[in-house]
Design a protein around this ligand. Sequence first.
Ligand code: DAH
Length: 343
Amino acid sequence: MSLQQFIEQLDELAQSARQSFMGAGDSEELESARVEYLGAKNGRLKTVQKQLGSIERDDKPLAGKKLNEVKQEIQSSFDEASERLVSGPARTERDLRIDATLPGPSQNIGRLHPITQTIDELRDIMGRLGFSPAEGPEIEDDWHNFKALNIPDIHPARDPLDNFYLATAKNTAPALGDNPLLMRTQTSTVQIRVMEKRQPPIRIISLGRVYRPDTADATHFPMFHQMEGLMVDRGVNLSDLKTVIKLFATSYLGDEVPVRVRPSFFPFTEPSVEADYYWNGKWVEFGGAGVVDPNVLAAVGYDPDEVSGFAFGLGVERLCMIRYQITDIRYLYTNDVRFLRQF
Ligand code: DAH
């Protein structure tokens, strides 16, 4: 892990610990938040601390210093939160006249959308496998959506009927070779964005929206979400990919889940596979994956003789729908509270 990633993880941890501590409504909640973050055995801080071992030697002193700072920061967030619980907010005249034990009117509070819940869960699972979240824009250019991913100019995936191209200033269809803009059709774009900026080792996931001009039906929608994964390092291969997919499926579905891969084709991977997992008595398609094509590594300036990687991409809606037995993707996007309330 790079120093920068380590620091990023720590900063995120400090922030989310503070939110959890401050959000705790009573001392029981605060205590369970404390165990979650500061627990001596499996606390999240401990988990990050374990990664100190994989930091380069020269970076270790800085990493250790940062670790200590964040430890103190989290501890003082905790102290502050527990202080607040004990003393409570100042009481006013009005509070004294209110009988807080009376049941109030029922509260109609909102909840997270099932896709948001799914995304949060996927990010957690992949986080535990050491993959940190990365983001890219939803309006992309030809380079990141196609060219750098080894999709040649004449490839049918670029067909204007299969893409939401954005009109140019002159409102004419953009000419090929112009690096036209479009709504990204896949989160594979983020692979390129990350590799252009960083050197291996890389272990990221990206969760976000993609757009395709499909007519909405039970299994299609013109906007949906994908989770992209990318790992690049020395000697990464297909069996690493299988291991990660298997751990992921087992973690998400909560049981020993058999996984298989079938040969397939994607321009950006070689070999390419389609991965399936076995669930409720049948094989379910998981998504596309493969070993990153050397042309892709070369496009971002990596040396394909030095490093290799695997990548995968899967549909978030599909995972969510299988888990909750949702039969029509349109339910997810029609904002019918009778549906949304069930999550
Ligand atoms: N981008 C592909 C799609 O949208 C899915 C995919 C396949 C992503 C293979 C990958 C991969 O990273 O290696 O259909």
